[in-house]
Design a protein around this ligand. Structure first.
Ligand code: AMP
Length: 146
């Protein structure tokens, strides 16, 4: 069975490049389309959802920075047009699932740090994305930062 549209979720760190390389290889082998998604997490989430100030300026800055970061991250992949680079705003799991559904993706690729112990109990984005995913999910093991 071939995949048709592969969505790579990235936090835009350099350690995510192996994910894109893996997804690209799969896309080439299956003649599939490829897309990137980065989810900007609302400032309010970091503060527990209840912030007594206007965060709209900060949110705009988050978006502007993310737009630049995704463009420079995708620079390495000449085949990835701006239409294949999605920015979303919200909770990563929810937004990645939404984009996968909206774009008819049949595979989501995420990075996994292979956490264990307490870090595993705290959860990871890869675990989160797997639960309730609208399509297959490939967790690519990421190397630990030196
Ligand atoms: P984490 O468990 O948060 O360290 O992230 C593991 C993987 O989840 C990353 O390698 C990405 O594939 C994905 N991921 C994490 N944060 C985001 C984000 N904000 N937007 C899209 N994907 C993300």
């Amino acid at each position: 069975m071939n995949y048709h549209h592969i969505l790579v979720a990235t936090d835009l760190n350099d350690e995510c490049h192996p994910l894109v390389a893996r997804a690209q290889a799969l896309a080439t082998a299956s003649n599939a389309k490829l897309a990137l998604v980065h989810v900007i997490e609302p400032m309010a989430m970091a503060f527990g959802g209840d912030v007594p100030m206007d965060l709209s300026m900060l949110q705009q800055q988050q978006f502007d920075q993310a737009r630049e970061r995704i463009a420079s991250f995708a620079d390495r992949y000449p085949g990835l047009t701006p239409e294949q680079q999605h920015l979303a705003y919200g909770q990563p799991r929810q937004e990645i699932h939404r984009l996968a559904k909206e774009n008819d993706c049949d595979l989501i690729v995420v990075g996994s740090h292979g956490r264990h112990g307490l870090a595993l109990l705290l959860g990871s984005t890869a675990n989160d994305v797997l639960h309730g995913a609208p399509c297959d999910v490939l967790a690519v093991r990421l190397k630990k930062a030196e």
